[in-house]
Design a protein around this ligand. Structure first.
Ligand code: SF4
Ligand code: SF4
Length: 114
């Protein structure tokens, strides 16, 4: 469930507000999104995946944590934006789809289109 929007890191691009399927965020007066409806979070990680500034932390638990996590500690452990990193989104990363395990895809010259 969404736990943190880092005010320090956020660049007010609104991407998280746009992609959240359940409208969890409201825009704050300064443009930094605020978590307005945490109980509506579906733990889908889309906001974290799309955030270009690694400013969000979605905890894997499907319920609010008993205590708000410490942002500095999360940053130190590399957990802010870690979902985006894991799926290979972001400049200089390899998209996870390229690393998927399965049969090798045929090269385009071997594909027969009927
Ligand atoms: S994890 Fe999904 S449902 Fe929760 S705030 Fe982010 S985008 Fe919205
Ligand atoms: S996607 Fe990230 S940088 Fe953009 S508004 Fe949301 S928290 Fe801020």
């Amino acid at each position: 469930m969404i736990e943190i929007v880092s005010r320090e890191r956020c660049i007010t691009c609104d991407k998280c507000v746009e992609v959240c399927p359940t409208g969890v965020f409201d825009l704050g007066p300064d443009g930094v999104p605020v978590i307005a409806r945490q109980v509506d979070c579906q733990t889908c990680f889309m906001c974290e995946a799309y955030c270009p500034a690694d400013a969000l932390y979605v905890a894997p638990q499907a319920h609010p944590l008993p205590e708000a996590p410490d942002e500095a500690d999360l940053a130190r452990r590399g957990l802010l934006g870690s979902y985006r990193e894991q799926i290979g989104w972001g400049h200089g990363r390899t998209p996870g789809a390229r690393l998927a395990i399965g049969p090798a895809l045929p090269s385009s010259s071997n594909v027969i289109i009927s």
